[in-house]
Design a protein around this ligand. Structure first.
Ligand code: HEC
Length: 116
């Protein structure tokens, strides 16, 4: 009985330690902004952000790596497009994703602009 209690306590402790480790490591795998982008956005915007997917071409998604694109669009405009969608086939994600997620996705879009 006593051993069981001790084992349980040890198990609980190591579970707590594990949780603390995970928290320390930051975001658990699969929920990073880049993963979210792959799941929700890459279908149209492409893994590389260039919009050269069949859907992206069909709907005329812009090339996120184009410096002109990055200069033309303010953060507010990018946020607005993701939250509310656009009249030209960008779907609205405001009711699907949290504000934090959407802001992190705008950062992903910005990062494409710094890759050449
Ligand atoms: C069904 C295809 C599709 C999906 C999925 C999609 N987009 Fe778009 N997105 C578009 C199209 C098409 C445009 C261009 C809209 C326009 O010109 O108004 C666009 C525009 C944008 C813009 C504004 C840039 C611009 O051209 O003005 C941003 C930012 C953006 N998308 C981010 C995202 C993010 C982040 C996701 C994932 C949460 C996502 N998109 C998912 C099709 C898509």
């Amino acid at each position: 009985m006593r051993t069981t209690a001790r084992t349980l306590a040890a198990a609980a402790l190591s579970a707590a330690a594990c949780g603390a480790l995970l928290a320390a490591a930051g975001t658990p795998p699969g929920s990073r902004p880049s993963d979210l982008y792959m799941r929700r956005c890459a279908r149209c915007h492409g893994k590389d952000g260039r919009g050269r997917t069949p859907k992206g071409r069909q709907l005329k998604a812009r090339d996120f790596t184009d410096p002109d694109f990055q200069v033309q669009k303010s953060d507010a405009a990018l946020l607005d497009a993701v939250i509310n969608g656009t009249d030209h086939d960008m779907p609205a994600f405001g009711t699907i994703l949290s504000g934090t997620q959407i802001r992190s996705l705008v950062e992903v879009v910005r990062k494409f602009g710094t890759r050449k």
